[in-house]
Design a binder for this molecule. Structure first.
Ligand code: SAH
Length: 396
């Protein structure tokens, strides 16, 4: 096994159990030059042993660390222990139920960099996002099959981060039955959503918003709501259940809107829902010209900032939609606004909404702050795991 020595002064994050070693921190390598995905030891410039992880030759993140215990081998048994612990955590949250959905393994935050496992009513969707996890695909599949006895395990390693890792996209059945095109899944609040594990966005659903949909729905009784970036309509369905009067749901994806209509039937919803296949930026402008007004507006856009270089442009995008949404709200209306860009901090996000309120000349109160659901825990040593933030605001 190779030993990687860090430049002087670069050991601090490693000592603090941050799981990433960047290429710039590496001074030299002793022993055979590591193959992609291989296990390496990491030591300080002083020669002190620090940690053990997996090498990657694709990403700027050269090593992902798995253990800080010199006596713990980085083998399948370690992966098994971590997977079992992660599953136990979700069980204790009450989120691992037969017909429910949750994120069972959240990569670095569960001590397994590069591995995501989501559960949907007996089916598992797996993302292997690093070279080392891709190589361990068979072992991971076996561990999951033995631990959970699922109906089927399906790979969805088609995320863009695979590209940065120098891996081609990969998807397909790994074990057991292939999930049907629509798996009926029960979400918090007894909301049912049809989920397409094989070709839906992410691994089929936005699990991170599961509880936030209920928080927003609490303000929807009697309301006319506008669900922007609705995907399969989680917020719309939750609002309908809470007695909303009517909803307009907007997304560019026709496939998503079709799923939304299936969801309305699945939940026996009679509230009128207008589905609009359109670009939210353009549609909000049109509604402003038409002087349309709403009582509740949800803004749940996709990630706008994928790198530090994109933060400024992302900031303008968030400001734009938030300004438009504020202008479309009746006095006393509710804006539920989200950002899932990890690179946009909660502080910055609040400043963006502040800027939008100022430009709209409306008074805006924050009444709730929201975050990703508890099955997406944030490890204290890896704050990067925190990405979703939301504000529920009263707009006067
Ligand atoms: N609110 C959803 C998740 C939204 S994910 C839920 O609770 O499940 C973001 C969605 O925005 C995706 O469905 C994507 O198709 C859509 N989208 C991306 N860019 C868009 C645009 N410019 N206008 C409208 N929809 C867009």
């Amino acid at each position: 096994m190779a030993t990687v020595t860090l430049h002087p002064g670069k050991e601090r994050p490693v000592v603090h159990h941050h799981p990433w070693v960047f290429s710039g921190a590496i001074a030299r390598i002793q022993g055979p030059f590591p193959e992609r995905g291989e296990v390496v030891d990491v030591q300080a410039a002083s020669g002190e042993w620090l940690a053990r992880g997996c090498w990657s030759d694709g990403s700027q993140i050269r090593i992902r660390l798995f253990t800080w215990n010199p006596n713990e081998p980085l083998d399948d048994a370690l992966i098994r222990r971590r997977i079992e612990r992660a599953i136990d955590g979700r069980r204790r949250l009450g989120m691992l139920t037969e017909d429910g959905a949750c994120r069972l393994v959240y990569a670095e935050s569960d001590g397994i960099p590069g591995l995501i496992v989501d559960h949907y009513a007996g089916f598992l969707a797996v993302q292997l996002l690093t070279q080392s996890m891709a190589q361990r695909s068979a072992a991971i599949t076996r561990i999951l099959a033995e631990t959970l006895a699922p109906r089927g395990i399906y790979e969805r390693s088609d995320a863009e981060v695979r590209d940065r890792e120098g891996l081609p996209p990969a998807s397909g059945a790994l074990w057991g039955a292939t999930p049907p095109e629509r798996v009926r899944v029960r979400f918090p609040g007894d909301l049912w959503l049809p989920v397409d594990l094989c070709s839906g966005q992410k691994t089929g659903a936005y699990l991170d918003q599961a509880f936030n949909r209920l928080r927003v729905a609490a303000y929807c009784a009697g309301a006319e709501m506008l669900d922007c970036f609705c995907y399969t309509g989680g917020f719309t369905i939750a609002a309908a259940r809470s007695g909303a009067r009517r909803a307009t749901a907007v997304d560019t994806s026709e496939t998503a809107l079709n799923m939304l209509r299936d969801g309305l039937t699945l939940n026996a919803i009679t509230m009128p829902v207008e589905t609009v296949a359109a670009d939210v930026f353009q549609l909000l402008r049109r509604y402003r010209e038409e002087q349309r007004r709403f009582d509740v507006i949800v803004l749940d856009p996709p990630k706008f900032a994928h790198s530090q270089a994109q933060v400024e442009r992302a900031t303008r995008g968030y400001k734009d939609i938030n300004l438009l949404a504020i202008q479309l709200l009746r006095p006393g209306g509710i804006l539920a606004t989200f950002s899932c860009s990890g690179l946009v901090s909660s502080d910055l996000f609040q400043k963006i909404v502040f800027g939008a309120a100022l430009d709209a000349r409306r008074e805006v109160q924050i009444i709730e702050r929201l975050a990703q659901s508890p099955d997406h825990p944030v490890l204290l040593t890896f704050p990067e795991g925190e990405y979703l933030k939301g504000l529920i605001c009263r707009v006067w």
